[in-house]
Design a protein around this ligand. Sequence first.
Ligand SMILES: NCc1ccc(-c2ccccc2)nc1
Length: 242
Amino acid sequence: MRIDVLTIFPDYLAPVREALLGKAIERGRISVGVHDLRDWTHDVHRSVDDSPYGGGPGMVMKPDVWGEALDSVAAEAAETPRLVVPTPAGVPFDQRTARRWAREERLIFACGRYEGIDQRVIDDAARRMPVEEVSIGDYVLVGGEVAALTMIEAVARLLPGVLGNPASAEQDSFSDGLLEGPSYTRPETWRGLSVPDVLRSGDHAAVRRWRREQGLERTLRRRPELLDTLPPEELDEHDRAL
Ligand SMILES: NCc1ccc(-c2ccccc2)nc1
């Protein structure tokens, strides 16, 4: 998969080259291009924003600069990219979306700053490629870079050869629609707290049952709404009895 990021703060994306994702890039599992939007300005001040039509606080990012930048980055490879625009006004990002995007050949993340990007940039891009305006939560950041980094990590970890142990991607929270239960490791007792006996019993069926019950109880307590969207076959009568 090729991922491109357009931003006026390219250094904000430096963490993508660290640790696990950095290894995946070195191994060629993904390639990540980070581009400075100002490279597509033509004025001496390299300006990327202007005052909003209709008045109001803050500035809006200029369509002409974004249009040229997106045309140029999209043309860098043959495949039609999917354009992702992080915004507080977007559709909520979730694990389903991460799994869907993990099947894409190319993603481009357009990181806005200020009050956001002139809407015509998105409308024009949608004539040539799929575009998704996506939110990672109901809060406002100062720009889209942190959101892009978050979504890049959520997608990249699902790609073959990125995670050391692919099984953990299958078993992590949300993979079966439930939250993950608690985890434990040595020592067996720590500050007077002991590991649940079942996990040391060697009874793998019992461990599986216990972990599912823990996930269900945690989901019921912390995110009951997730149970509404669970496919009916996901919950057997034992689960429902909890
Ligand atoms: N859903 C989180 C999120 C995503 C993007 C932004 C943002 C803020 C300012 C300018 C451009 C994007 N804020 C919050």
